[in-house]
Write a protein that binds this ligand. Structure first.
Ligand SMILES: N[C@@H]1O[C@H](COP(=O)(O)O)[C@@H](O)[C@H]1O
Length: 221
């Protein structure tokens, strides 16, 4: 299977995928490209060290494209144009699956529709359970609620990506207890440990579904 990975940061989950390719955890699979929206993403170095082609697809040139529009219009036009080009970049590699591994952009239908129409599944890793904590800073928010005595556990999920942030169908999830963590850093370490296993398992399940010709829309809960 041809895997394309989108990243924004250090890439420890990308590394888990790199290390699992062609093992029993992820048989007959290779990463065909890593694309980052950040030039300084350490994940790009990890890919280059493993001879995986990389692409930096930055948003700045798009923001400069619409000088006469209001800030709001400029933002929306730049986002749609960025996403439409990202979709073409991705499809040019004919991936069997697209994996968002710490890709911190909220993608729009301009990106999702071309992939959905081509039946290329796109999945995302999220450090919370489905429908629990949505959006950014979920580990910190779970930690704050734990300290306020409002929760004892959180989790990790791999889910299909749709326009509604973190709401696509979960592929695999795992609960993570918070008790016993003395600091936020300890909880982050526990979550990242679970993530590295789940990103590989989630990718394997969808690749297998693809091999059985079972990829179909809608990718919605
Ligand atoms: N969306 C979140 O961003 C982090 C990326 O970590 P890394 O894979 O870049 O190390 C992960 O915790 C992921 O859940």
């Amino acid at each position: 299977a041809r895997i394309l990975v989108l990243i924004s940061g250090s890439g420890s989950n990308l590394q888990a995928l790199i290390d699992s390719c062609n093992t029993d955890a992820l048989p007959n699979a290779s990463i065909v490209r890593v694309i980052s929206d950040r030039k300084d993403a350490y994940g790009l170095k990890r890919a280059q060290e493993n001879n995986i082609p990389t692409t930096y697809h930055g948003v700045l040139p798009y923001k400069k494209k619409y000088p006469d529009d209001s800030a709001e219009k400029k933002y929306e036009k730049a986002r749609v144009a960025y996403d439409a080009d990202l979709a073409q970049l991705v499809l040019a590699d004919h991936p069997d699956i697209v994996v968002c591994a710490g890709f911190m952009r909220i993608v729009s239908p301009a990106f999702l529709n071309p992939l959905h129409e081509s039946l290329v599944p796109i999945i995302n890793l999220h450090p919370a359970l489905h429908g629990d904590l949505v959006g950014a800073h979920c580990i910190k928010r779970a930690w704050d609620e734990f300290q306020a005595g409002e929760r004892t556990k959180t989790g990790v999920m791999v889910h299909y990506v749709i326009a509604e942030v973190d709401m696509g169908v979960p592929i695999v999830q795992q609960e993570v207890g918070i008790e016993g963590c003395a600091t936020l850093e300890e909880l982050e370490g526990r979550i990242h440990g679970v993530e590295h296993g789940l990103i590989v398992e989630g990718t394997r399940r969808v690749v297998e579904k693809g091999r059985e010709g079972k990829i179909q829309q809608p990718f919605r809960a």
